[in-house]
Write a protein that binds this ligand. Sequence first.
Ligand code: ATP
Ligand code: MG
Length: 571
Amino acid sequence: MRASQLYAPTLREMPAEAELVSHKLMLRAGLVRKIAGGIYTYLPLAWRTIKKIEQIIREEMDAKGGQEIMMPIMQPAELWLESGRWNVYGAELMRLKDRHDRPFALGPTHEEIVTSLVRDEVRSYKQLPLMLYQIQNKYRDEIRPRFGLMRSREFIMKDLYSFDKDVDGLNASYEKMFDAYTRIFTRCGLKFRPVEADNGAIGGGHSHEFTVLAPSGESSIAYCEACEYAASDEKAELKVITVDAEEMKPLEKVHTPGTHTIELVKDYLNVPIEKTIKAVAFQDDDGRLILAFVRGDHEVNEIKILNAVDGALHLHMADEAAIVDAGGSAGFMSPIGIKDGTVIVVDASVMEMYNAVAGANETDHHFINVNPRRDFDREKLIVADIRMVREGDPCPHCGAPLKMTRGIEVGQVFTLGDKYSKALNASFLDENGREKFFEMGCYGIGVGRTMQAAIEQSNDENGIIWSRALAPFEVVVVPVNVKNAEQLSAAEKIYEELRAEHVDVLIDDRSERAGVKFTDCDLIGYPLRITIGPKALKDGTVEIKIRRTGELVTVVREKYLSTVLELLKGL
Ligand code: ATP
Ligand code: MG
């Protein structure tokens, strides 16, 4: 490829609208252009990288027995009604109607489609296991599309679905995909970690997120340095915190004017924050009031609350009126005296407290000497782990203090079990001729997000630093002055020789100043740059610049090819 013909409109200025460095660099290096919020065109450089990522994914999916198919993006609403997700998926689902007024959705994921395909075709256990995948645009009307390709509304995803005859088979498929994902992200040159994750709206059994480590990432991860444990902050299991036993003093209501926050009440009563109980009031989609209680120094974890409360799908901040109806007072809540019918969820560590402070369900009043085991009506509570992990919490596996870090979720693997096969009545006949539902798993990778995560993890003040595997071109050959026929022909010769060796090479034959070309090379981030200037020609040498280290390697003309091939291996 010739840079003179390449459509790569680089920008000198930092685009103001972008927050993340990777987003800025994608715009500056001429990789993508925005069409509307969360909707992008991929220009040639980005598309070359995308195709390389897709190729790595294909090879690893195929190696595990995956078969590539292509399912429709447009999905009939009937299937989503059958699975029960038409109403559950909410505003993220892009819905549309055809000319006959029939409802459709643009696929955010394909469990319904793939399950209906297999239900109609696969009749016997002998046809299992089956792994089907596709690489395709997905649509999610994200509430806040942002960070370029990281959270867009139209994005490329690889999604694979596994069908097995039993749970052992499913677990084997899950292991295969886990291994494939590890290989894919390693081949992409990323620093990543698989972390235990919550299942979210897709639902089902267990799950891991593959998270590229980056301080700017949207995912927060708790991990242990003493053992292998790593989990998303939403998922991280927490041990119950016990405290030294105290004599239980009599419950007492006290006047605490204006103390509607934990900070205010702890100062007013002069008690340590660990001795206070904090309330957070939610309502679910049906308006049901859900009161959650954690220790004052802890934060509630909404995902854990949703998992603990049967039938709750989303949480919204509660209306003042609903709180008053239940016998409470916003800012002064406790489980003591709340009307029946309210869902009360108490963090397990709260139940261990002695002589604590909690709201008295009356404005400007608190209870002191609250002893949950004595004062809360256990019959009316859900007690569960509902708090958010924080740095230093003990590892649930080995007890060592957990560390926190941030990352970008690039892929996720789930076991679904028979959730979708049951809902869509997809069954087969087992060895004994018995009808059984398929055991399913689903496995996604965000292709664009993976590309951007690679940039986010690997760049410097001059631009992107690609790994060889993902670079749009592995090598760029730069004749310093294309008007000099000798330089140009020497560069052309090297370009041809590298092509003959199947190196993915670009020649920068533009009649720009050398400085402009070098700046662009650094910005776009080709792993190796070969410069052909007057000095090289005079000395019979070739200068190779390694983008990652900035190192310059000068070799004699006869040796450059073996040097380039050798250097590329390490990039
Ligand atoms: P998130 O929690 O970031 O919203 P998700 O868990 O909903 O993502 P999955 O359903 O697991 O996403 O989708 C599989 C993969 O698709 C994700 O791991 C991610 O890499 C990618 N992905 C999901 N949503 C988006 C998006 N809005 N833009 C770009 N990539 C996305
Ligand atoms: Mg996910």
